[in-house]
Design a protein around this ligand. Sequence first.
Ligand code: ADP
Length: 192
Amino acid sequence: MLNIVLFGPPGAGKGTQSQKLIEDYGLTHISTGDLFRKHLGEGTELGKKAQAFMDEGRLVPDQLVIDMVDDKLQEENNANGIIFDGFPRTIPQAEALDELLNKKSTPIKGMIALSVPDDELISRLLERGKTSGRADDQNREKIATRLQVYQTETLPVANYYEAQGRYESVDGVGGIDTIYERIKQAIEQLER
Ligand code: ADP
């Protein structure tokens, strides 16, 4: 069972690489950003609560995120494993995820962290904003907020996994297939 956290700043390529991992390894994809956008689109209560945070590029409060992932995990029983994308983004989220998965006796094998310099991230996000329809990708100020939030609130989550020896860093600059090869090597390391 391969449960992995695919980690990295906004625009690092988590979504793109997740799609390849899903196909190759038969994994289920849990992207909290996608789940929130679905709730937003459907106008659910949760979507309404999350909207203001998302519009500003700030994090949705932990408990809302954790409850949403908890629900998702209850309906999930893919024996191959799960890729977590965009989650956990804070230490309390990482702790909650460990607890939820321990209950199912299916722990996280490790984190794969994509590293990409800020200037490259900004240009990728602005480019994506031209077609994604995502308001948070179309505005330099919102992008700057997201990168700032990543540095202060999310980066510590990498230390959480690294301290437990469940961490591999991957260079996230290059062609999609080149980066994917690096990710597959990182998975092999985690499986040792
Ligand atoms: P990004 O391109 O910034 O990685 P995502 O699609 O993962 O975007 O998330 C979009 C927005 O959804 C975030 O800016 C945040 O407001 C909210 N969000 C997604 N996942 C989380 C999370 N794990 N914790 C808090 N907020 C989240």
